[in-house]
Design a protein around this ligand. Structure first.
Ligand SMILES: N=c1c2ncn([C@@H]3O[C@H](COP(=O)(O)OP(=O)(O)OP(=O)(O)O)[C@@H](O)[C@H]3O)c2ncn1[C@@H]1O[C@H](COP(=O)(O)O)[C@@H](O)[C@H]1O
Length: 103
């Protein structure tokens, strides 16, 4: 099991956890909109570090963003397995080919 798989399993298991002791449970208890807002903030922090070019800070902010992306998706019942299935479906198809096939 990868760290990402373990993280997704932990997030799923936190649905019924106590919001007093679990950040994940606290976010999920506030609903998908709040989870989305939090992901947006963390994504922007990662963008800022990408522009600044500090590799260590970008790594930390990317981890924050990835965690909050998974929480946001869990809040709408989208699992890591769902995302992996979509990525697998796209495997081998160039983004350039896909874009040019659009109407
Ligand atoms: N990966 C994470 C993770 N990444 C970030 N965070 C929390 O997300 C919160 C972000 O809050 P803030 O916006 O205040 O943080 P910030 O953006 O750094 O702060 P500012 O400077 O912007 O104010 C912090 O409390 C972080 O600790 C995480 N909380 C939990 N996890 C994982 O989720 C598991 C379950 O955690 P709990 O649900 O808390 O038990 C943990 O064992 C970890 O594996």
């Amino acid at each position: 099991m990868s760290a990402l798989d373990r993280l997704a399993a932990t997030i799923a298991a936190r649905r019924d956890a106590d919001p007093e002791t679990s950040w994940t449970a606290r976010l999920l208890a506030q609903g998908p909109e709040k989870c989305a807002e939090k992901f947006g903030e963390e994504a922007i922090e990662a963008v800022i570090e990408a522009v600044r070019g500090d590799r260590a800070r970008l790594t930390a902010e990317a981890a924050d963003a990835l965690f909050h992306l998974l929480v946001m998706c869990a809040a709408r019942d989208v699992s890591l397995a769902d995302i992996e299935a979509e990525l697998a479906r796209r495997e081998g198809r160039s983004g350039i080919d896909e874009k040019s096939a659009r109407r």
